[in-house]
Design a binder for this molecule. Structure first.
Ligand code: 9G3
Length: 565
């Protein structure tokens, strides 16, 4: 391709709304253009990258014996009513009516559609397991679409759905998809981690998110400095080792007038915050509960919801706390509580000399000892993990990192096969419900995530596996007969050898050509300048700082080596 013919509108500056690097660079380098909030055109360079990502996804999915199909974007509301989800997703779902006034949505995901297809076509255990996937546009009306392709309202997803006889079969399908994702993201040259994640469903099954590590990532993950453990901090388990029992002193009531927050109480009593107890009151599914954690810790409400097996959890309001304890929330504690269920984080179990509320306005107690002074408590891992907490698998310190979720694998179980009656006949002719898994990869998001991980102050540095073109050939003086014909000769040779080559044939200063080449991020740049008269050309890899002077006939072996690596 020649630059003078190509649609690749590089810019000097980027629009203000581009906040993160990948959004800025994809716009500046002429890859994407915004048509509306969260809706983009993929210009030729972007489409070439997308197609390469899709090819890697397809090759590995097909290798896992998954079968590609293509499902409709327009989905009839009836299916979503059958699954009970038509009314679950409010404004996030794009809804429309056809000319007969029938309800449809633009597919945000395809569990209902794929289950409808399978329930009509798969009847026997002999046909299972079956894994079907597509690469298709998805539509979700994000309240705040931003970060370019990272959080769009129309995006491209590979979504796969596995159908098995039973949960043992699902475990195999899940593992197969997990291993396939590892191959896919390895081939893309991404630095990523599969992390244990929150399944969202009440007491749901396994789920893993594939996170590309990047400081602009929206997710926070904790990974182990020495073993492969990694998890979304929402669910990072914490190993609480027993603390040594401090001396036991009798409870001592002290005045703490107008000292309500942990900070104020700790400062007033001159005790460290990790030696105080925080007591919280919640309304869980209509029942009042009390939760106790160390004063310097943060309660992890996702862990609490999983423990209580409910999604309906909210902080009790001040008034109901007053009714329960006859004092301000800042002075409450588990002392003397016996008619309300008390949950406590594991750390609380070992506390023997803590400060806690006196359940009396203006007073706290010193030397509270959990074993001695508090009634029945249900202990569990309830706190937010902090960096440096010990890995639940090997006790080495955990490291925090931000991540961009580019893939996720879920065990769905029978959630959709039950509601949509996707059944098969087993060996004994008995009807059984299929067991499903679903597996997503954000294809367009992966392109942006790749930029977040591969750029410098000059622009994008595409991994060679997914670069829009492999090589750019630049004649320094396009007017110079020798330079241009030699450059064009190399260009044609490389095309003939099957490389994807761009020839910058513009009558521009070489500085402009170099800047564009580095901004667009071609993995390899070949420059033909004055020295061609002495049989010398310049060879430069985008992710190397130095260029090399070589002879034209050395070029082809060098390039073959570079792309074979
Ligand atoms: C909706 C809307 C938004 C949604 C969903 C449904 C997320 C929805 C979860 C999934 C789970 C997996 C298959 C591929 C991998 C992810 N946002 N999810 O179900 F109606 Cl508006 O999509 N689906």
């Amino acid at each position: 391709m020649k630059v003078t013919k190509a649609l690749m509108p590089t810019l000097r500056d980027v629009p203000a709304e581009a906040e993160i690097v990948s959004h800025q660079l994809l716009v500046k380098a002429g890859f994407i253009r915004r048509n509306a909030a969260g809706i983009y055109s993929y210009l030729p360079l972007a489409l070439r990258v997308l197609r390469k990502i899709e090819t890697i996804v397809r090759e590995e999915m097909d290798r896992s014996d998954a079968q590609e199909l293509l499902l409709p974007i327009m989905q009839p509301a009836e299916l979503w009513s059958e699954s009970g989800r038509w009314d679950v997703y409010g404004d996030e779902m794009f809804r429309l009516k056809d000319r007969h006034n029938r309800d449809f949505c633009l597919g945000p995901t395809h569990e209902e559609i794929i289950t409808d297809v399978v329930r009509g076509e798969v009847k026997s255990y002999k046909q299972l397991p079956m894994n079907l996937y597509q690469i298709q546009n998805k539509y979700r009306d994000e309240r705040r679409p931003r970060f370019g392709l990272m959080r769009g309202r129309e995006f491209i997803m590979k979504d796969a759905y596995s159908f098995d006889r039973d949960s043992a079969g699902l475990d195999d399908s899940y593992q197969t998809m997990f291993d396939t994702y590892v191959k896919i993201f390895d081939r893309m040259g991404l630095d990523y981690r599969p992390v244990e994640a929150d399944s969202g469903a009440i007491g749901g099954d396994d789920t893993h998110e594939f996170m590309v590590l990047a400081e602009n990532g929206e997710a926070l993950i904790a990974y182990c400095s020495s073993c492969s453990y990694a998890s979304n901090v929402e669910i990072t388990e914490i190993n609480d080792t027993a603390k040594e029992k401090l001396s036991e002193k009798p409870l001592l009531k002290v005045a703490t007038p107008d000292k309500k927050t942990i900070e104020e109480v700790a400062a007033h009593l001159e005790v460290p915050q990790d030696n105080t107890l925080k007591t919280l009151v919640f309304d869980a599914d209509g029942e009042k509960i009390v939760v106790v954690i160390r004063g310097d810790r943060i309660l992890n409400e996702i862990k609490l919801k999983r423990l209580l097996k409910t999604d309906f959890l909210e902080k009790a309001d001040e008034e109901s706390i007053q009714n329960l304890f006859n004092c301000d929330p800042g002075y409450i504690s588990p002392l003397g509580i016996n008619e309300i269920t008390v949950y406590a984080d594991n750390e609380v179990k070992y506390m023997t000399d803590a400060v806690c509320g006196a359940n009396e306005e203006g007073y706290h107690y010193l030397h509270a000892n959990t074993d001695r002074d508090f009634g029945e408590m249900t202990f569990s891992d309830l706190r937010e993990v902090v960096e440096g907490d010990l890995c639940p698998k090997c006790n080495e310190p955990l490291i925090f990192a931000r991540g961009i979720e580019v893939g996720q694998v879920f065990k769905l179980g029978t959630k959709y096969s039950e509601s949509l009656s996707a059944k098969y006949l087993d060996e004994n002719g008995k009807e059984q419900i299929m067991v499903m898994g679903c597996y997503g990869i954000g294809v367009s998001r992966t392109m942006a995530a790749c930029v977040e991980q591969n750029y410098d102050d000059r622009g994008i540095i595409w991994p060679k596996e997914i670069a829009p073109y492999q090589i750019v050939v630049i004649p320094v003086q396009t007017n110079d007969e020798l330079q241009y014909t030699e450059a064009e000769k190399i260009y044609k040779e490389l095309l003939a050898k099957g490389y994807e080559v761009m020839l910058d044939d513009r009558k521009e200063r070489v500085g402009v050509k170099f800047n564009d080449a580095d901004l667009i991020g071609y993995p390899l740049r070949i420059t033909v300048g004055k020295k061609i008269a002495d049989g010398i050309i310049e060879y430069k890899e985008r992710n190397q700082s130095e260029s090399e002077q070589i002879q034209p006939d050395e070029l082809y072996d060098k390039i073959a080596t570079f792309f074979k690596k």
